[in-house]
Design a protein around this ligand. Structure first.
Ligand code: HXC
Length: 513
């Protein structure tokens, strides 16, 4: 072989081995793929173009000059997913535990800068022990360089983070700024400091899984939006997620081919129970309304009283925010408000129309919620809807009570089309509670207070437990039969397709964070 060719080939071969065969085997024993295997699986076959393969660190402390690995613990470059351009970095745990050095950070920043200039998503496959301990402040600076770019890219290009190993310290803050975080069950962890440091500082004994495993972050903290059983299914999930979102904030999400038919869905007619206190599964309404099998749920196990996710309607991508009567009667609380607000803001930033399915008895009362700041957190959802300029449609299926009526994409805060099913109840509160308050004296003084209360409850329900008062004022554009919902929505979203809103000039609003 030509010596120049041989030299290049040998170096490429060495680079592809990362930290060496032994460490690759260890990675496989832990049921984890290597950085390169993940890239191959994620990108269209043969589309990956690697950059900076021969970069290595510049540290000389602690004998580091003798431990040089091509690539310095991260594989970077670009390629395509379903023929759409993406930029990618994949941390290589076999090289210093995927830890971030100054040069490792420079590689990531380089592809982020390109992604921002060109307008394509950045996907980070994270598997890193955090800042490279041997480098001190230079690795901290490297992290800050990435964080800064995460923020500059936010709302400009989609940023997706997969956590595919133990990620500590700085390795969790970049994902926290990105749009979506996905974790792998049993093999990935996210924490600012691991169990050993926790024990030293707080004397608390906790396992890695309890402290920062996928189940913790998908149910308790809400840090992760998606969890997956293993690397392979996790990578599939990233591809599905990407299919619903555009390349950048100037574009629209890709449409799937769809031929409009009759679009009547009779199965929607029987979902809401006649007993107003009985729960039902809002996901059945979503399934009945959207294209078959198109619903891709986000934050599935966190704050289950609100359901969010992407779906398609006649082939077009939409974002769904829906109260879930099956969980806490669909009430709005701190966690569900935050969950909904962040999703609304993502959809708005990336031109994805919003559909709201509303059945909400109000905000959750009580000391726990007040002390956790339901006022400021509920306001996040109100703010997010109010500032959104994408097409916005609401369907009230049953309850729209109190402040939650205003918040859940009401006409008053800028929704474009508001439909109600005949079962909708739009009122300040439920009839029972309302009767108790406004007819307190009459009930107390009655010969039979229970009977009086029931009478007054019926009177209030007759006046308000329906959608016709709101429709009379134009707060509801149309009262529709459930089976016609899909047809109405397809037409209404098509009508709104060219919606444009010019906001007054300002640096940015001040969302109640
Ligand atoms: C340099 C590191 C490293 C690091 C791991 N390694 N973390 N090298 N810097 N941060 C190396 C190990 O020396 C080892 O090298 C190899 O990676 C694999 O590590 P193991 O410990 O054998 O693996 P495992 O048992 O799976 O444990 C993984 C781990 C643990 C949980 C990530 O290594 C760990 O706790 N690392 C330190 C985490 C940490 O505190 N990072 C700093 C956070 S501070 P060999 O040669 O044996 O293969 C931070 C500040 C930024 O990030 C803040 C910004 C806001």
């Amino acid at each position: 072989m030509d010596p120049n060719k041989k030299k290049l080939f040998n170096r490429q071969t060495e680079a592809k081995l990362g930290g060496g065969i032994k460490r690759i085997e260890k990675q496989h024993q832990k049921k984890k793929l290597t950085a390169r295997e993940r890239v191959e699986l994620l990108l269209d076959e043969g589309s990956f173009e690697e950059m900076d393969m021969f970069v290595s660190h510049r540290t000389t402390d602690f004998g580091m000059e003798k431990q040089l690995f091509f690539g310095d613990g991260v594989v970077t470059g670009y390629g395509t997913i379903n023929n759409r351009l993406v930029y990618i970095f994949s941390q290589d745990f076999t090289v210093f535990g995927g830890s971030l050095s100054e040069t490792h950070a420079e590689k990531i920043c380089k592809i982020m800068d390109l992604a921002i200039k060109v307008g394509a998503p950045v996907i980070g496959l994270n598997d890193s022990g955090g800042a490279r301990i041997q480098e001190g402040v230079r690795s901290l600076g490297g992290y800050a360089d990435i964080f800064y770019r995460n923020v500059q890219a936010s709302g400009v290009i989609p940023q997706i983070s997969a956590i595919m190993g133990p990620c500590a310290g700085g390795a969790v803050y970049s994902p926290a700024i990105t749009d979506f975080t996905l974790m792998i069950e049993d093999t990935s962890y996210m924490f600012v400091t691991g169990p050993n440091v926790v024990k030293t500082v707080t004397n608390e004994e906790v396992t890695s899984e309890e402290l920062g495993g996928a189940s913790t972050h998908s149910t308790k903290s809400g840090v992760t939006h998606l969890t997956s059983a293993n690397d392979v299914t996790g990578i599939q999930d990233i591809k599905i997620l990407l299919s619903y979102i555009p390349q950048n904030n100037q574009e629209k999400a890709p449409d799937l081919p769809y031929k409009i038919g009759e679009e009547i869905r009779s199965e929607l007619d029987g979902i809401v129970p006649s007993d107003t206190h009985k729960p039902y599964d809002i996901k059945k309404v979503i399934e009945g309304t959207c294209d078959k099998d198109s619903f891709f749920e986000i934050h599935k196990e966190y704050a289950e009283n609100i359901v969010i996710g992407f779906a398609r309607l006649a082939g077009k991508s939409i974002g769904i925010v829906a109260n879930q009567p099956m969980s806490l009667a669909g009430v709005l609380d701190v966690d569900s408000s935050k969950k909904g607000a962040r999703f609304v803001r993502f959809c708005d930033a990336f031109n994805i129309p919003l559909l709201v399915l509303e059945d909400v008895p109000g905000f959750l009362p009580g000391t726990d919620q007040e002390w956790r700041g339901i006022i400021i957190n509920g306001a996040k959802l109100l703010y997010a809807f109010s500032e959104a300029t994408v097409p916005r449609i609401t369907v009230i299926t049953r309850k729209a009570y109190g402040g939650a009526y205003d918040v859940m994409n009401s006409k008053h805060i800028g929704a474009d089309m508001n439909f109600a099913w005949p079962t909708a109840e739009i009122a300040v509160m439920g009839a029972k509670g309302a009767a108790e308050i406004i007819f307190k004296n009459e009930i107390k003084e009655a010969k039979d207070p229970k009977k009086k209360w029931e009478e007054k409850e019926a009177e209030y329900a007759d006046k308000f437990a329906h959608p016709y008062r709101a429709a009379r004022r134009g707060f509801i554009d149309e009262i529709i039969l459930p089976k016609n919902t899909r047809r109405k929505l397809i037409k209404a979203f098509a009508m709104l397709e060219n919606k444009k809103i010019n906001r007054p000039k300002r640096k940015h609003g001040n969302i109640p964070l």
